[in-house]
Design a binder for this molecule. Sequence first.
Ligand code: SAH
Length: 213
Amino acid sequence: MSASAETKMQFLFALRSKGVIDTCVLTAMERVDRAAFVKGIFAERAYEDMPLPISCGQTISQPSIVGIMTQALKVSPRDKVLEIGTGSGYQAAILSHLARRVYTVDRYRRLVIQAQAIFTAQDITNITTFTGDGSHGFAEHAPFDRILLTAAAEDPPGPLLAQLRVGGIMVLPVGQSDTVQSLIRVTRLETGFDYEELRPVRFVPLLEGLGAD
Ligand code: SAH
């Protein structure tokens, strides 16, 4: 069952009050039913601003953080976007309404299969899913206009910096797990990279290799 108009209005109000003010981002978030990406009893809480458990011991991020990261990425309709950390697929679905094409990767095959099934059911056709260690990026489809990591790296991974187009933007949490991480925005300039620190966040760590499932 999809959310009532009142639930959605309260959801959008909560997003705005937490700093998600870009109307394109808010519209994309209004279009994507978060409940479809959350299973069982947790689906009832899909419109609350909290992270929730998904398969493989992972989490779907808090909606206001999804909004803030999407807004920080400054996506335009012609962009080709790479997301590292498919998880439930919720963030990728939002990006799919803002970008031309989205590539999303997770180290758990099970999560990728489940997310792909939701995209198909929702007639979302501009997302390419794949299983792998996203810290290597996706060289065959590089360069990317935008790259978003939804798992925390100790430093921006070199291959991802290399696969960012000049003028492109990458948003990612950096820092050790278990401590407060920083959300940063990296812009690729002609001559190097510009780094901005946006806010403290807390994400699961970016791990090496494939997951067991
Ligand atoms: N964006 C997701 C939430 C991501 S949770 C959503 O909208 O639901 C972080 C995800 O990053 C987890 O699913 C985890 O498996 C994945 N991950 C961690 N390290 C990774 C790596 N090296 N490559 C690809 N995915 C990774």
